[in-house]
Design a protein around this ligand. Structure first.
Ligand SMILES: Cc1cc2nc3c(=O)[nH]c(=O)nc-3n(C[C@H](O)[C@H](O)[C@H](O)COP(=O)(O)O)c2cc1C
Length: 307
């Protein structure tokens, strides 16, 4: 079956699908649009742009169905939708490090994953996969594995001869880790062991892991764009979230952790998102370092040369 089918009886021959197709897969034949290939990357722009509904892309979920909220009908057209709200949402999302013990319903977590999949991806490959840890005890399993990894790493990093050998043969990564993180990680491990204090997941009651297939063109970018979607949506769902880079690092270096989290061969982990209902209220939005963008104006002469 072809990736795109076009109903000739419905097609008006306006050609808009031809102009929009990044794959150059459609042509006008006898004044009707015709899909010329077997496959494309199924971005669905042809289907979305057809005003009479003549185009159908196969192999995609026809509609993402959310179960915890009613989706708005139709497309938010450019220039509508409220930039003030979007900017305020982005400035209001913070990394949450205090959670209530109230569990997060699984359907909410599943909806967050669906929202993640609306992100753009290189050549529309959608190489992501998601694992949901729905309860606190599941998060604790991942936390325990992470603690074990850092316990080992700290043991190695304390060994001066090993640090020297690593430096001689493979750069100063162990030394850098020792200087920058060893002491604070040791403190966290001690608190974890003695008091059950969770400085890693901050008491989060759920987590989503975002992985991506390595054979994709841009797996890191794709997974992180999906991640940002999830962080923003979690905020408006009333959830706090925090990326846990320490666990990502541990999982990347310890195949056993990836296996335990059922991450397939050929997949890499890109984010671990701690989630839960926040036990903190912020009264002010995030400020950032100011940035002065470079304004690149080359003028008509340069533009002509490159044409
Ligand atoms: C890649 C990445 C890894 C992170 N890892 C951790 C982490 O392991 N633990 C943590 O508490 N916060 C972690 N954070 C959160 C950052 O500290 C936080 O985003 C930053 O301080 C800005 O604060 P905000 O998110 O509240 O605006 C991570 C953030 C990113 C982007």
């Amino acid at each position: 079956m072809k990736a795109v089918s076009i109903d000739k009886d419905v097609c008006t021959g306006c050609g808009i699908c031809i102009t929009i197709c990044p794959y150059k897969a459609i042509e006008l034949v006898d004044n009707k649009a015709e899909f010329q290939l077997e496959e494309c990357f199924s971005c669905g722009h042809c289907q979305a742009v057809c005003s009479v509904g003549a185009v159908m892309v196969s192999g995609l979920a026809s509609d993402i169905k959310f179960s915890t909220f009613n989706e708005l009908e139709g497309v938010v057209q450019p220039g509508t939708g409220g930039v003030a709200e979007i900017a305020a949402l982005m400035r209001s999302r913070r990394s949450c490090r205090r959670y209530r013990t109230q569990p997060v319903p699984l359907p909410l977590l599943e909806d967050l994953v669906k929202i993640g999949t609306t992100a753009p991806s290189g050549t529309n490959s959608q190489p992501w996969n998601f694992s949901i840890l729905p309860e606190r005890e599941d998060v604790l399993v991942l936390g325990g594995l992470t603690a074990e990894y850092y316990r080992n790493l700290n043991r190695q990093a304390r060994n001066g001869i090993l640090r020297l050998l690593v430096k001689l043969f493979g750069g100063d990564s162990l030394g850098r880790y020792y200087r920058r993180y060893h002491d604070s990680v040791e403190d966290s491990l001690r608190e974890w062991d003695r008091e059950g204090k969770d400085r890693l997941f901050h008491g989060a009651v759920a987590a989503i892991l975002v992985t991506a297939r390595q054979d994709a063109s841009c797996p890191a970018e794709d997974a992180l764009l999906a991640t940002q979607n999830i962080l923003l949506a979690a905020h408006v769902m009333g959830l706090g979230s925090c990326l846990i880079g320490f666990t990502v690092e541990a999982m990347r270096r310890n195949p056993e952790m990836k296996r335990k989290m059922e991450i397939g061969e050929g997949e890499e982990i890109y984010s671990v998102i701690a989630l839960g209902y926040p036990d903190v209220i912020y009264h002010r939005v995030a400020n950032r370092k100011s940035v002065v963008p470079r304004i690149l104006k080359f003028g008509a002469e340069d533009a002509e040369k490159t044409e």
